[in-house]
Design a protein around this ligand. Structure first.
Ligand code: SF4
Length: 401
């Protein structure tokens, strides 16, 4: 029986943060209509999958700001899934929530819905960073939300933090990490601030009002996390993610391992291992499609062999477990390590993944897998670019034969 991950997108935010390019809107009055449409879409997709053998292993409610929904609305969505899909007994049900939108009652209500994994969008424990990011909460609200989530019974609790916020010093970032450690959370996701086109942050940078964090400082901040968190008992299992033993995100691992998933809601993506399809980023258009009995799918793409290999590289290298050479061999009838060497990438032998290789190599060969070293993590984009160039050459050669 195959495994399946389900994602529900809640595209509502109280206010847009200046750096964000995720799809979300601030018209909260559309929430009831959107919930009804989600119920319709979930029912419809489950009906289409009725003859397939699968078990849902994880559900992820993301956004946007899922904590703008009432526990009753979230409960409705989860009930529809349980009634219409074949769901594993020990399913992971994860939800994102934002400090500044939470209360003790809401958290207790969420726990009763069966959500067993909570991620709080803390981003920073410093007010200066939170203001710069345009977040609606302050440092006190961030700390309160963590304590309240614990009090509500969440024993699988994580936070997101952002580093390289303009004006953030290395010491300030280290203090953020230390404060996060003081809460003894199960999971930490750390993201470097990126300037996405057409965001207010990009406009401020273009006008010279905001100076971005220098690259060297970003690198030092990444290394701070990579050294401090494993010492505190966290496994650095994915480029941006650290977990205590047994608390890696099952849902996100399914994405990185190329497993099938179904997404519901405006802008949600789905994947069956061979094809990908997605709904348009338009709440009203999405509702209208479902209300008129149509599928909300906006586009569909069958992955070419070349795209499938690129995904294997881009996703596989994100994980500490790396790219499985058997999988590569099955897909290409060639040797993964030879392929990497042809791209002028030297490979250490058995140096631990995500750790210094000793001689500055970017890749390491561990058992049957090709993994990044610590230096490779810092240069992930450059490594992927080199391997992607090899995939392109391979595809060009196949086309000319
Ligand atoms: S709360 Fe999250 S999804 Fe909403 S605008 Fe801010 S960063 Fe984007």
């Amino acid at each position: 029986m195959g495994e399946l991950a389900l994602y529900i997108h809640i595209p509502f935010c109280r206010r847009k943060c200046g750096y964000c390019d995720f799809y979300s809107v601030t018209q909260l009055h559309l929430i009831p209509r959107y919930i009804a449409a989600l119920v319709g879409e979930i029912d419809c997709v489950a009906f289409r999958m009725r003859d397939k053998a699968y078990a849902v292993r994880s559900i992820y409610i993301g956004g946007g700001t899922p904590s703008l929904l009432s526990p009753d609305d979230l409960s409705t969505l989860l009930r529809v899934i349980r009634n219409s899909f074949s769901v594993d007994a020990d399913i992971e049900i994860a939800c994102e929530a934002n400090p500044g939108t939470l209360s003790a009652e809401w958290l207790a209500g969420l726990r009763r819905t069966g959500v067993n994994r909570l991620t709080l969008g803390v981003q920073s424990f410093r007010d200066a960073d939170l203001q710069r990011l345009g977040r609606i909460h302050d440092s006190n609200a961030a700390c309160d939300s963590i304590r309240s989530a614990r009090n509500a019974g969440f024993t699988n609790l994580g936070i997101d933090l952002i580093f390289a916020v303009p004006g953030q010093t290395r010491r300030a970032w280290q203090e953020n990490l230390e404060q996060a450690l003081s809460f003894q959370l199960e999971h930490l996701s750390l993201y470097g601030l990126t300037v996405e086109p057409a965001t207010p942050l990009a406009a401020s940078v273009d006008r010279g009002e905001i100076k971005l964090c220098p690259e060297e400082l970003q690198r030092e901040m990444m290394l701070d996390a990579m050294h401090l968190l494993p010492q505190a008992g966290y496994d650095h299992y994915e480029l941006s993610n650290y977990a205590r033993r047994g608390f890696a995100s099952r849902h996100n691992c399914a994405y990185w391992q190329g497993m099938p998933y179904c997404g519901f809601g405006a802008s949600a993506h789905s994947f069956d291992g061979k094809s990908r399809w997605w709904n348009s980023p338009d709440v009203e258009g999405y509702c209208l499609a479902i209300e008129s009995g149509r599928a909300a799918t906006a586009e569909h793409e069958d992955l070419t062999g070349e795209q499938a290999l690129l995904e294997m590289i881009l996703l596989g290298l994100r994980l500490k477990t790396g790219i499985d050479s058997h999988r590569w061999h099955v897909a290409t009838d060639s040797d993964l390590f030879e392929f990497a060497r042809k791209g002028k990438l030297t490979i250490a032998e058995q140096a631990p993944a995500f750790s210094p290789s000793g001689d500055g190599r970017l890749l390491t060969h561990i058992d049957q897998s090709l993994c990044l070293t610590e230096e490779g993590v810092l240069l992930y984009d450059a490594v992927c670019e080199k391997l992607a160039a090899g995939v392109q050459l391979r595809a060009d050669a196949e086309r000319t034969h």
